[in-house]
Design a protein around this ligand. Structure first.
Ligand SMILES: Nc1nc2c(ncn2[C@@H]2O[C@H](COP(=O)(O)OP(=O)(O)O)[C@@H](O)[C@H]2O)c(=O)[nH]1
Ligand SMILES: [Mg+2]
Length: 331
């Protein structure tokens, strides 16, 4: 087995491109660790990305996102499609032992060379999770996976920057996901492209379906009406129908020319999100390491300096942003 020292920028990039699993696993680990080699490899591979179709699975913990992904992987594998999965779900990470009690046996997928599944930890990523997830997605894309699935936990806005890279966003709910329905209703959560209401055997599933339907009916302007599918992920029930709806959304984006537009917007959003995360971290470190900046905060606390004057001084010192540039009065 190739150890850490055996990979170079060239061999790693070539390995990922040829679809070598060990190269891919190593590259994603380097990404997770914020290793400079990972950045070089992704930079080399970036021109070879853009071929994979990315589907984001979001929704509250426990609704069945991982189980649905597993069932859909089975569905797309029956057609020979190669798929990569990145799961950012600390509550129920994909692992070799996960979900073994269910009929959908994830361990089958781990043995399938056409499937690459990776759970991402939430430990200290340099530019936040968004950065590591984006890089992992690009690596899977470059390795030739035709589909990439991204799982993130989300009930409101916090997942936006991670899921923001997906071409199609699937929101998974189940009876009892009332908070998410409220968030949709209030416009706090963005309307997804497709909705699955999982655990359809639950007596309240139909009620939830009607509730979600009535919320979506309020939007009379969008040309895409998000389809809602009732599923039972553990038994794979209605999973082919759900997959059809995801493919229909993809066809809609491709035929209307919106896919390019959406990707452009998504990539711009990711670049901005990662830059913001890094800037924030840089700022926090600078303040923590600098007694003079900490003194400013003490002065604010003692009411010797007003908060906005402190902001100006900090921005000037840390980012060299001059006083007027950060001001709301700048024309
Ligand atoms: N009854 C029932 N249980 C399900 C269904 N889908 C998933 N589960 C179970 O719900 C639990 C959480 O599923 P998981 O996929 O980990 O949810 P996630 O947190 O959204 O990824 C697991 O015990 C699954 O076996 C379903 O359709 N029906
Ligand atoms: Mg999960």
């Amino acid at each position: 087995m190739a150890g850490r020292r055996d990979w170079t920028r060239e061999t790693l990039a070539a390995g990922v491109r040829s679809g070598d699993r060990r190269a891919l696993a190593r590259a994603i680990t380097l990404v997770e660790n914020g290793d400079p080699l990972a950045y070089e490899v992704v930079a080399d591979l970036y021109p070879h990305t853009g071929r994979a179709y990315a589907v984001g699975f979001t929704g509250p913990p426990g609704v069945g996102k991982s189980t649905l992904i597993s069932a859909i992987v089975r569905e797309v594998r029956s057609r020979g499609t190669e798929v990569g999965v990145v799961s950012v779900d600390p509550s129920s990470p994909f692992s070799h032992g996960a979900l073994l009690g269910d009929r959908i046996r994830l361990s089958d997928h781990f043995l399938d060379p056409g499937v690459f599944i990776r759970s991402m930890g939430t430990r200290g990523h340099l530019g936040g999770l968004a950065e590591a997830t984006l890089q992992a997605l690009l690596l899977l894309d470059a390795s030739g996976k035709e589909l990439v699935f991204l799982e993130t936990v989300g009930t409101g806005q916090s997942e936006v920057e991670v899921i923001g890279i997906a071409d199609t966003v699937l929101l998974v709910l189940m009876p009892g996901s009332g908070d998410s329905v409220q968030a949709l209703k209030a416009g706090i959560m963005e309307i997804p492209d497709v909705i699955a209401i999982n655990k359809l055997d639950h007596p309240a599933a139909k009620t939830m379906l009607n509730e979600v339907r009535s919320i979506l009916a309020l939007d009379t302007e969008s040309e895409w009406r998000p389809p809602i599918v009732l599923t039972e992920a553990t038994r794979g029930e209605n999973v082919p129908e759900l997959w059809e709806k995801i493919e229909a959304h993809r066809a809609h984006l491709e035929e209307s020319g919106q896919l390019d537009e959406r990707r452009r917007r998504n990539l711009a959003g990711e670049v901005f999100a990662v830059a913001s995360a890094r800037a924030k971290q840089h700022l926090e470190r600078a303040v923590a390491d600098d007694p003079e900046l900490r003194r400013l905060l003490d002065e604010v606390q003692r009411r010797e300096l007003d908060p906005l004057s402190a902001v100006r001084e900090i921005l000037e010192k840390v980012f060299r942003i001059d006083r007027d540039a950060g001001s709301a009065h700048t024309p």
